[in-house]
Design a protein around this ligand. Sequence first.
Ligand code: URA
Length: 433
Amino acid sequence: MRFVDLIEKKKKGFEHTKEEIDFIVSSVTNETVPDYQISAWLMAVYFQGMTETETAYFTDAIIKSGDIIDLTSIKGGIADKHSTGGVGDKITIILLPLLAACGIPVAKLSGKGLGHTGGTIDKLESIPGFRTDLNIEELIAKVKEIGFAIASQTKKLTPADGKLYALRDVTATVDSMPLIASSVVSKKIASGADFVVLDVKYGSGAFIKTEKEAEKLSQLMIDTASKLGRKFNAVISSMDQPLGRMVGNSLEIEESIDFLKGVCTPDIKELTYEISALTLIHFKKAKDKNEAFSKIDSVIKNGQALMCLKKLIKSQGGNPDITEDYSLFKQPGISYEIKADKEGYVKNIDAYKTAHACKLLGAGREKKTDDIDYSAGIKLNKIYGEYVKKGETVATLYSDSTDKLLSAIPEAKSAFEFSKDKPVERKIVYRVI
Ligand code: URA
């Protein structure tokens, strides 16, 4: 088989056979084809798409390109979730201790930030000493010991996705439905969990822009998983505005700790409770949503969820006292407060612009190899629906350099829109499938 013929075939919109898909993925994994040919094929897929059958073959081939984790030694089954990427998205850090406090084991592999979106691993690494480089044996041992653990995606898992993703990132081919679906579903199946909730986001801060596209992507991922013998669920939610008040690595850990102490914004609560309830019902820890919600309330009120986070931090090498003393995080060098120049209600905070401002402050990477500043980021002092008086602080920017701060201020300011009238109550969950 010649790779160039397969590019030609996809360019003309024809369907690949299983043998062709296997050849493409093995050529990527074994690096027997140059990046320019893979990139050309990715662009052909971007424009021509893939059928559901092709997507399932492609996903299966990516799974088989590396190790498949066997978690069957952990009794009671394993839960997992995967976000398609967002801004201020700290749901995993809140969800895992909540589920652990409800007796549901989680062995989670997460990634670093991608494009403008943040990564759970970067956030956790802002806790001094916290190890994310666990190997699979360590991950399983820690789940058996304290009920849950979280590690950085290993290179041995779905290596074809690692290579394809890096190329997609630099060839403007990330936002393709079959490519996203195969990337996400392959990682989740190879990670070995029994029950997976996909946290699918749409809006200015997501890779997918509309509810309808998010619905299509969710269904494609659920159908692809089902073709490969697995049952996935999806919660579709808006990522037009950042989640919560904090965007930035250590800031988001602080907000996650606050959540587990009972202090939270309505958007984070709505999404976390929805994903938790689906999982609790699946693991028969609750018979319906009401019972699930009251279980979640009780593990927050009685401190068990916070205790679980402390156990996780200790188990992975960090100091659990950080949950009581935020000065143990690296502190930012300088800060700047953006003031409202007129009174009104916050009508919108653009998620993409907020993420871009955070990147300019040093919280994200331009290139994979860049260092990030864990203390950089933005605190949204005012969020959707809140009233602001003229001269009040709407956001606080943190960085370690004046130049970075100066470059981020106009972008952060332009993210805010105000209105005279109080906006209607905002719900972010669009649909659960
Ligand atoms: N997240 C992934 O893991 N893969 C994608 O392609 C997009 C978001």
